[in-house]
Design a protein around this ligand. Structure first.
Ligand SMILES: Cc1cc2nc3c(=O)[nH]c(=O)nc-3n(C[C@H](O)[C@H](O)[C@H](O)COP(=O)(O)OP(=O)(O)OC[C@H]3O[C@@H](n4cnc5c(N)ncnc54)[C@H](O)[C@@H]3O)c2cc1C
Length: 387
């Protein structure tokens, strides 16, 4: 594919940012499991310098106004960095597009500029894959809602300025609603900071809400619109995962090819053993297939693909690319032999990092459930016919 001048410039800018800012931080992050205040500051300055903040929000609120294809180019590049560093290139949650003008001014504009941080918290001990199983309640009392419930995997809520909280109004599962809540208000409590496979300079705490009072004008969108807002978020989040997985696989392929050319055993470079060469050929083929899939579906969405079909295809992208990257990184690690098991090697870190891509924003099984539903409802052409 011949990238346009604009796309090529975005891709090069994101690549340079990743190589100059993120790659030099990888080893220290691996050693300390955290980013220093100075590193946070550097990332913030450089994200702004490279114009990578809020890539999915319009220019009039301080975003970059990139289309889906351009967003994927950025995620492909930043996804190459280990330790989950990509996460520090902030993208305020997409549902904020539904904010009122006042909410946009108060929350979205400063979030796009990187002045405040807003995570999105849905998952609960009981409501995981089944977002409809969310139990956190919001009950109107005078001019305020009273929030009670528990959240899990509340990424970044330990350092949030405000949180987009998914709750059900009046305990009615048909009224899933997103609230903009202030973690400094009474009733907010971090009850646990579990350890995860990769830290990435941020936590995923357990959070408890006890009689937290939220003014009624802090509803995002409308009462009952919660699941629809979450779906909007999934569309972008899932295709970004596809793009990041292409980035991960590309880096793994690059590292493994170079290693196989340099490493000599039995008097020859190991790439000259067909067992290794065939592994590399499989990895290259899968990476290319995933890349074509991401680019094509992204272009179709930008060209106005029906929203429901877009959701159907993006599930397939997320499923294929995350499973593909898991296989490719596994083979790359094998080519590194024992060194592939050492944390100082990027391939070992990629191996850990890539695992979560098959879990969050809907597991692989949930993507298959979605694909199955579309096959039944709309027929196989949703997947077999291009736009
Ligand atoms: C590091 C990390 C960060 C996260 N960050 C956030 C965040 O910021 N905000 C947020 O809201 N959530 C977040 N999550 C939560 C994440 O989205 C959930 O973990 C994920 O959706 C799966 O839910 P669960 O863990 O409850 O698994 P479960 O729903 O308990 O699933 C367990 C297993 O059952 C399978 N399963 C479930 N239902 C079906 C079915 N119908 N058919 C077939 N198989 C099924 C699943 O695929 C899985 O294999 C994060 C998770 C992690 C690990």
């Amino acid at each position: 594919m011949d990238l346009s001048t604009r796309s090529r410039e975005i891709q090069q800018r994101a690549r340079e940012f990743t190589e100059k800012v993120f790659f030099p931080m990888e080893l220290e992050l691996e050693e300390t499991d955290t980013l220093t205040r100075a590193q946070h500051q550097t990332i913030k300055e450089q994200v702004l310098h490279y114009r990578l903040n809020a890539i999915d929000h319009p220019i009039d609120v301080g975003g970059q106004g990139y289309n889906i294809f351009e967003q994927c180019l950025v995620h492909e590049e930043i996804g190459k960095a280990t330790g989950g560093l990509w996460n520090h290139v902030w993208t305020p949650p997409l549902p904020l597009r539904e904010a009122t003008e006042l909410q946009k001014k108060t929350y979205l504009v400063p979030a796009c500029a990187g002045e405040i941080y807003i995570p999105y918290s849905i998952s609960e001990p009981t409501g995981g894959s089944d977002a409809g199983g969310v139990k956190t309640t919001a009950v109107l009392d005078g001019d305020e809602y009273v929030i009670n419930g528990e959240k899990m995997f509340a990424s970044g809520c330990e350092r949030a300025d405000v949180i987009l909280l998914h709750a059900i109004v009046d305990g009615d599962p048909n009224k899933p609603t997103v609230f903009i809540v202030d973690p400094k208000a009474p009733g907010f409590e971090i009850t646990g900071l579990p350890k995860f496979m990769t830290h990435g300079g941020r936590d995923h705490p357990n959070v408890k809400y006890t009689n937290m009072r939220v003014p009624r004008d802090r509803i995002l969108g409308e009462i009952g619109q919660g699941l629809e807002l979450t779906k909007d978020w999934f569309l972008e989040a899932r295709i970004w995962i596809g793009a990041r997985c292409v980035g991960i696989a590309s880096r793994a392929l690059d590292l493994a090819t170079n290693r196989a050319k340099e490493r000599k055993q039995f008097g020859r470079a190991i790439i000259d053993f067909q067992g290794i060469e065939f592994m590399l050929a499989d990895m290259a083929t899968q990476t290319l297939a995933a890349k074509c899939m991401v680019y094509r579906v992204a272009e179709e969405i930008d060209a106005g693909l029906d929203r429901k079909i877009a959701h159907a295809r993006v599930s397939a992208v997320k499923l294929f690319c995350s499973e593909m990257a898991g296989r490719v990184v596994d083979q790359a690690l094998q080519i590194f032999g024992g060194r592939g098991y050492m944390r100082e090697y990027a391939i070992e870190r990629l191996y850990r990092d890539v695992r979560v891509e098959r879990i969050w924003e809907g597991t692989s099984e949930i993507q298959k459930v979605i694909i199955g539903r579309h096959l039944r409802k709309r027929g196989p052409s949703v997947y077999s016919e291009l736009m």
